[in-house]
Design a protein around this ligand. Structure first.
Ligand SMILES: Nc1nc2c(ncn2[C@@H]2O[C@H](COP(=O)(O)OP(=O)(O)OP(=O)(O)O)[C@@H](O)[C@H]2O)c(=O)[nH]1
Ligand SMILES: [Mg+2]
Length: 284
C-alpha cells in the first residue's frame, strides 16, 4: 500500500507536538494512550524524547475491541519495558478507569507531598492525555469527568486546542489534539493506523485498506469473516471476497456490478466497531 509515501503530515500536528512539550511542565503525570488493537503501531516513536522523565502511565484504550489474551500480554510487556503502570481501558463503558485514577494519584503523591511540606496548599493532581488522533483521549476524560466536558467523535482531529478539565476526585486533566509522526518507516504501520481510524478517511484509499484487511483476516480468523458475511467459503483473492460481500449486502450499481467502494466502507466500519470480532493487529 502506498500510504507510507503520502505527504499527509499537516501543520497542526507540528504545533500539537510543540504544545505537548510546552504543557508538560504544567502536569504531574503524562497518560500515554495507545490503541489496544495496535499498541506498537499507535505508539509515537519519539514519545520517550517528548515526555522526558515525566512520570507516565500507559493506557491500552479501546480494549473492548481487542483480543483479550493479547491485551493481557501487552500489559505485562509495557509494565516490564517501561516500569510504569499499564492499564487496559474501555473508555466508552468506563472499564479500568478506577485503576487509572489510583495509579495517577500514587504517582503524583510525592509531588503533592513536597508542595505541602513547603507550606503550600495541596492541589489537584494534573494529568495530560497524549496519543494519536482518534485513540480516545477526550472520551477517557469525559468518562473520568462523568459528563461531556470535551468534544469527541469517530474521526481523527476532533480536539483542536488544549483544554483543562476539572475531573473531581482531586484530578485535573489536560486534553490535547492527537499527534502523528511525519512518515512511517514501515508501510504496515500506515495500514494499521488507517484501518483503526487514526488517519483521516479522506486521504486513505478505503478500498485498498479494506482489501488488505480482508486479506489479513481471511488468513488469521477466516471463520469470523465467513460468519459475519454469511459466506460459504473464502476466495484466495481478497478483492473477490470483497465483491461477494457486496453481493450479500446488496451493494450493486446499474448493470449488476458490485459497488466495491461502498462495500469496503461498510466492512471497514464494521471492523472498527468490533462487529466482525475482537482483533489485535499488533501481535505479541
Ligand atoms: N469501542 C471503543 N470506542 C472508543 C473508546 N474510546 C473512544 N472511543 C471512540 O473513539 C472515537 C474517538 O474518540 P475521541 O475521544 O474523540 O478521540 P481523541 O483521541 O480525543 O481524538 P482527537 O481529538 O481527534 O485526537 C469516538 O467515536 C469514541 O466513541 C473505547 O475505549 N472503546
Ligand atoms: Mg480529542
Amino acid at each position: 500500500m502506498e500510504l507510507g509515501t503520502i505527504h499527509w503530515y499537516p501543520g497542526h500536528m507540528v504545533k500539537a507536538r510543540k504544545m505537548v512539550q510546552e504543557n508538560l511542565k504544567l502536569v504531574d503525570v503524562a497518560v500515554e494512550l495507545l490503541d489496544a488493537r495496535i499498541p506498537i503501531s499507535s505508539r509515537n516513536p519519539n514519545i520517550d524524547e517528548i515526555l522526558g522523565g515525566k512520570p507516565r502511565i500507559t493506557v491500552l484504550n479501546k480494549a473492548d475491541l481487542a483480543d483479550r489474551a493479547q491485551t493481557e500480554k501487552w500489559k505485562l510487556h509495557f509494565l516490564e519495558e517501561r516500569g510504569c503502570p499499564c492499564i487496559p481501558i474501555d473508555s466508552n463503558a468506563g472499564k479500568g478507569i478506577n485503576y487509572l485514577i489510583s495509579a495517577a494519584q500514587d504517582l503524583a503523591a510525592a509531588v503533592i507531598e513536597r508542595l505541602v511540606a513547603k507550606g503550600r496548599k495541596p492541589r489537584p493532581v494534573r494529568l495530560m492525555m497524549v496519543g494519536i488522533p482518534n485513540v480516545g483521549k477526550s472520551s477517557l476524560i469525559n468518562r473520568l469527568a462523568g459528563r461531556g466536558s470535551t468534544r469527541t467523535g469517530d474521526r481523527p482531529g476532533m480536539t483542536r486546542g488544549k483544554q483543562w478539565i476539572r475531573v473531581g476526585k482531586g484530578l485535573e486533566m489536560l486534553d490535547t489534539p492527537g499527534i502523528l509522526w511525519p512518515k512511517f518507516e514501515d508501510p504496515e504501520v500506515g495500514f494499521r493506523l488507517a484501518v483503526t481510524g487514526a488517519i483521516k478517511d479522506e486521504i486513505i484509499n478505503i478500498e485498498q485498506v479494506t482489501i488488505r484487511l480482508i486479506q489479513i483476516l481471511a488468513v488469521s480468523e477466516p471463520e469470523k469473516i465467513l460468519a459475519r458475511y454469511k459466506l460459504e467459503e473464502l476466495d484466495e483473492d481478497p478483492s473477490e471476497i470483497l465483491r461477494k460481500i457486496g453481493i450479500k449486502r446488496g451493494c450493486l450499481v446499474s448493470g449488476g456490478n458490485v459497488d466495491t467502494l461502498k462495500t469496503a466502507a461498510i466492512v471497514l466500519n464494521e471492523f472498527r466497531g468490533g462487529k466482525i470480532g475482537l482483533f489485535t493487529l499488533d501481535r505479541i
